[in-house]
Design a protein around this ligand. Structure first.
Ligand SMILES: Cc1cc2nc3c(=O)[nH]c(=O)nc-3n(C[C@H](O)[C@H](O)[C@H](O)COP(=O)(O)OP(=O)(O)OC[C@H]3O[C@@H](n4cnc5c(N)ncnc54)[C@H](O)[C@@H]3O)c2cc1C
Length: 411
């Protein structure tokens, strides 16, 4: 088959690729843009999979990055249900699962992440789910229609959000997790306890410092058995045990992989190969803000990476300097927002109060703000972004001001 030629090949049908395509056109790229994604849907906002879409409040179209006609108007060719199976960096060619071969000028690799699977006894029973795609969300919704008890394995944001969504659907949700407190790995025990109490107040049961031992049932899952010996009735199970960057294609192509398991990139998001960029969950980039290479699995990071990669593909030579932002929505009970991430910290300063359900927690290391988490105080995040970017070492009175809701942080 003849090789077809494109100027820009965007590999992966997620947000990072989609926003890269958008910014290529917005910044005047005139050549051919081809976006190849293996899912059946056009690029969509994955976070909806655990929120409104999971609860059946949104149509299949609502989470889409852009409606179908937008791709046509922008003259961006979108191939869904198609994988890039190999990439030859020297020859600048890619093979597709459709058997087509594509010659590209510049490429973006944004293949995202895959869920970590737990290989325990009973893991092949029916009604045990992972959650990454709209299709997974459909399967979970169908599975819980007649369910009473839904067990979530994992206490990170997927477990918490799905527990909230299941509760809103009238199910009894139970979380089993290794941590003592929900979300404590990212936000510490105090904020973790706040989230946990919020979930418990709405009826979610939480079993911390425990672990999945096995599933029991015949055909369908019926029971979750934990290492501590708990036996929990389950009509359906959703596992949220983290993800691993999908770097198989990148590795086979010989791209350098970093210490955090992602495609190692410069601050401009260019990989070890000239004219091949990476973005989103797989991108391990040299962060000007953090002073080291980081890899961050957040929606907003994928979104902004897409733009930075596009600008650099067009020769603008810009470093990726956006402070990483994360949000997590717990049903209609409230929203956590965060900038960071802080790898470790030696001080937490609380502005507001966990008891009142309105707070910002500042995470500091050696007197510098490394991250901030807020619930109901979004305005504080602008200050957090400034402190993360300017990196001042705060003295005692400045640290006291962070904790005082009446102090003006912009001063
Ligand atoms: C249920 C859920 C809820 C989330 N909620 C939040 C949230 O509230 N807040 C937040 O900040 N983040 C959230 N996230 C994380 C966020 O969605 C991701 O960080 C973001 O989607 C990453 O975008 P990406 O484009 O890098 O990768 P992905 O969205 O994973 O997209 C990559 C795409 O590439 C495809 N692909 C892989 N290999 C190939 C190949 N060889 N050829 C063609 N296509 C390929 C994949 O199938 C996939 O469609 C959530 C994630 C999930 C799963």
């Amino acid at each position: 088959m003849a090789i077809r030629k494109v100027d820009y090949l965007l590999i992966g049908g997620g947000l990072a690729s989609a926003n890269c395509a958008r910014w290529l056109r917005e910044e005047g790229a005139e050549g051919e843009i081809l976006l190849v994604g293996r899912e059946p849907d056009a690029p969509y906002n994955r976070p909806e999979c655990s929120k409104g879409y999971l609860r059946g409040e949104e149509s299949r179209e609502e989470p889409l990055f852009r409606p179908g006609e937008w791709w046509v108007e922008q003259q961006i060719e979108l191939l869904t249900r198609t994988s890039v199976t190999s990439l030859d960096i020297e020859a600048r060619t890619a093979k597709l699962s459709s058997k087509e071969e594509v010659q590209f000028g510049k490429a973006l690799i944004a293949t995202g992440a895959n869920v970590r699977r737990l290989n325990v006894d009973g893991c092949h029973l029916e009604q045990i789910h992972y959650l990454r795609t709209l299709g997974n969300a459909d399967a979970i919704r169908a599975s819980v229609e007649d369910a009473k008890n839904v067990v979530l394995i994992g206490g990170s944001y997927i477990g918490c959000e799905v527990a909230a969504s299941m509760t809103m659907l009238g199910k009894k949700a139970m979380i089993v997790m290794q941590e003592e407190r929900t979300l404590e790995r990212g936000f510490g025990k105090q904020a973790g306890r706040f989230v946990e109490e919020l979930l418990q107040d709405h009826g979610v049961s939480i079993h911390g410092e425990d672990e999945l031992e096995r599933f029991e049932g015949e055909g369908n899952v019926a029971k979750v058995v934990t290492r501590a010996g708990l036996e929990i009735e389950a009509d359906a199970v959703v596992i949220g045990a983290g993800v691993a960057p999908d770097t198989g294609l990148a590795q086979r192509a010989g791209l350098e992989i970093g210490e955090k398991g992602g495609v190692r990139c410069s601050s401009r998001l260019e990989s070890s190969a000239t004219d091949v960029w990476a973005a989103g969950d797989i991108c391990e980039y040299e962060s000007v803000l953090h002073g080291e290479h980081v890899r961050i699995e957040h929606w907003d990071v994928a979104f902004n990476h897409g733009k930075t990669a596009a600008l650099n593909m067009l020769g603008k030579d810009v470093a990726h300097e956006v402070a990483p932002y994360f949000y997590s929505v717990l049903g209609d009970w409230g929203e956590l927002e965060y900038v960071g991430p802080a790898k470790d910290w030696d001080e937490e300063i609380l502005r507001g109060s966990y008891d009142d359900g309105e707070f910002t927690t500042w995470y500091l290391k050696d007197g510098q703000v490394k991250a901030a988490l807020t619930f109901g105080r979004s305005d504080d995040l602008d200050h957090a972004r400034r402190l993360l970017t300017e990196k001042p070492v705060l003295d005692a009175s400045q640290r006291a001001a962070l904790g005082d809701v009446d102090s003006d942080l912009s001063a």
